[in-house]
Unconditional design. Structure first.
Length: 404
């Protein structure tokens, strides 16, 4: 356990996961995006992955995929998905829904979110757009079309291991997230698809893009994907596992909707980026993209206390300037900067100290925050437990409308 959590803590000091954005408006939460993006659509590949990895949909299996291997995987996965819905979602979703204010933006930013589309949909079920940002790259969806059955069986066993951790603890370790950067099945994308399956959604399209310096998105055409084939993707931290796929498959845009529905699409974008200040200075498009989202809702959990760390001040400043509302564990915004930016905070569960070693000053602030508020019960885990293994949750809401 100690070694695993040490690895998690290293995310902040450069091994860190990156950010996400969602927000929703009551009457128009599910409005369709204004225009369909250009770029090569990997719709067939993502539907096949959804069928094989997340055990959803009805995509026919190609000749290279043994149905018995898929059936074995689904016999393992489906009971766990149902147990997660019954034991976790049944408690967490109504509790979180009761916390949401009536006027909430339609987009969400989830810093240091890893492959956790699962929790984003749990926290903000009405979100129109979700953006996750982390060190991990989305991955190449095409290998499923040519994989042999020996490698498929081995790859699904790895997926089972990592997804099992996600469903059991409701977050992922650094080791499992690093492992998604290599292999025959795209690990991050697989996490996204399992998240859709848990919540009753299905993928409709999948495109890949790069973020320009001004924050705009350029979607890769089929020709551009081919031209980048021999260029391996750049890892987002020097000591993170290097990807074994093309740079074209770094950032993904996944359109989805409820199973069997013909209704409007919802969007999940994943950006592979290091949110540390020095990296954001070298790659200004990341914050440029997030700022283009306008007013947002936010969340973070199990984020290695990166938002307590001065090396991540740009990400914290972005959130304080652009978010209206945030749900987090104690790895969220510390009390002093939140208060200075015009936010109030509401505590749930118990907090005695940070789960990982982190700022003594902010630990004291959080202990005081919990001590001066009434005890509000929390009957599920949201991200980290505290130093005494207590569940806790923090709501941060803007109290001074319009204050930058």
């Amino acid at each position: 356990m100690g070694l695993r959590y040490t690895a998690i803590q290293l995310r902040c000091l450069g091994f860190s996961l990156a950010a996400l954005s969602i927000i929703f408006e009551p009457a128009r939460a599910l409005a369709a995006p204004a225009a369909e993006p250009e770029g090569r659509d990997f719709a067939a590949e993502v539907r096949l992955l959804y069928r094989v990895v997340a055990c959803g949909g009805t995509a026919p299996l190609p000749a290279n995929v043994d149905p018995q291997i898929v059936a074995k995987h689904c016999q393992w996965l489906n009971p766990r998905l149902e147990r997660y819905r019954r034991r976790y979602l049944a408690r967490a979703k109504p509790f979180l829904a009761a916390l949401l204010p009536p006027q909430l933006p339609g987009k969400v930013v989830y810093p240091f979110g890893g492959g956790d589309l699962l929790s984003a949909l749990t926290t903000y079920p009405g979100a129109r757009e979700i953006t996750t940002v982390s060190l991990e790259l989305a991955g190449d969806p095409r290998r499923i079309t040519s994989i042999d059955n020996t490698r498929l069986d081995e790859s699904l066993e790895l997926i089972d291991r990592d997804v099992g951790r996600l469903l059991a603890a409701n977050d992922s370790t650094s080791e499992s997230l690093e492992a998604t950067q290599q292999g025959d099945l795209p690990g991050q994308l697989s996490f996204f698809l399992v998240g859709l399956a848990v919540h009753g959604y299905e993928p409709v399209s999948l495109r890949y893009f790069r973020v320009e310096a001004d924050g705009s998105l350029h979607y890769y055409s089929a020709e551009e994907v081919r031209s980048l084939e021999s260029r391996l993707a750049r890892r987002r931290h020097g000591q993170w596992t290097p990807p074994d796929f093309s740079e074209a498959f770094t950032n993904s845009e996944l359109a989805f909707r409820p199973l069997g529905s013909s209704g409007p699409l919802r969007i999940h974008r994943h950006l592979a980026a290091n949110l540390r200040d020095d990296s954001l200075k070298r790659h200004p498009g990341v914050l440029g993209y997030l700022e283009r989202q306008g007013r947002v809702a936010a969340m973070t959990k199990a984020a290695s206390y990166c938002l307590w760390n001065p090396r991540f001040s740009r990400t914290r400043d972005y959130l304080l300037a652009n978010m209206e509302f945030m749900i987090s564990d104690s790895t969220g915004i510390p009390p002093a900067p939140a208060r200075e930016a015009g936010f109030v905070q509401e505590t749930y569960g118990s907090f005695h100290g940070s789960f990982l070693k982190a700022s003594p000053e902010y630990n004291d602030q959080f202990r005081q925050l919990w001590a001066e508020q009434p005890q509000r019960k929390l009957n599920f885990r949201y991200g980290y437990v505290d130093s005494e293994k207590s569940d806790h949750l923090l709501v941060t809401r803007r109290s001074l409308p319009g204050k930058p």
